[in-house]
Design a protein around this ligand. Sequence first.
Ligand code: DGL
Length: 276
Amino acid sequence: MEQNSAPIGVFDSGYGGLTVLKELEKALPQYDYLYLGDNARAPYGTRSFDTVYEYTLQAVKWLFNQGCPLVILACNTASARALRNIQQKDLPGMDAEKRVLGVIRPTAEIAGKLTKTGNIGILGTQGTVSSHSYMLELQKFYPNVNVYQEACPMWVPLVENNEHDKTGANYFVKQHIDNLLGQCPDMDAIFLACTHYPLLLDKIKQYIPEGMRVFEQGSIVAESLVHYLERHPEMRSRLSTASSRSFATTDQAASFDRQATVFYGKSVSSRRIELL
Ligand code: DGL
């Protein structure tokens, strides 16, 4: 990355945010992007509020120090557990010009438009589900939509360990889909509210009835960022546009590069960094 570059920072606990980065790049290819995966400390989904907040704040500070004027938390767990604190408490004291955005609000903003029955399902990590962030956000935009949630604690480990396409994963996928559908037979839209879950999409589709739709977040978040940058020319002008892509991980770079290809669809070359 060039010394004066001002990339869009994209953060996730591990590889999941790469499913978002892929879509950001498609929608806004001209910008520079710097991806950070906290692989050494993933998964975040079962960690406490305080821990996720502390780790996420460290990641945001690191990305700011690398020159990112804008950071996207491409992680629902971090968005649910840390975003509000960072935006309200930390950001004003760090750099009032910089911005941190999450993935929950853009998803909630359109979710209500994608259901006919008014019943939607949310699949997420324990941290995201117990925060009730989707219920709270959706309530603001669509007070008449009913939200049903299911936490799927085994799904991220399956994906992080490259077991998501093996037959062993079927049991855990079916179990959580059955639990979700058992809460409401009339649900017609399910949202993958964890950026790791798109890798399980084929399996998820095997267990849901025909006609029920499943939505991934990548393109939703990308479209929302397009609109955000249209509304914020001051941020647009701060971002550098050399179409470069850089990757950093808190774990081994070689294993990140191998596994990242599965999520990103292209080969990557990362560097290892430390978050403090
Ligand atoms: N990919 C993240 C999310 O969207 C979190 C996975 C995890 O670390 O548990 O929630």
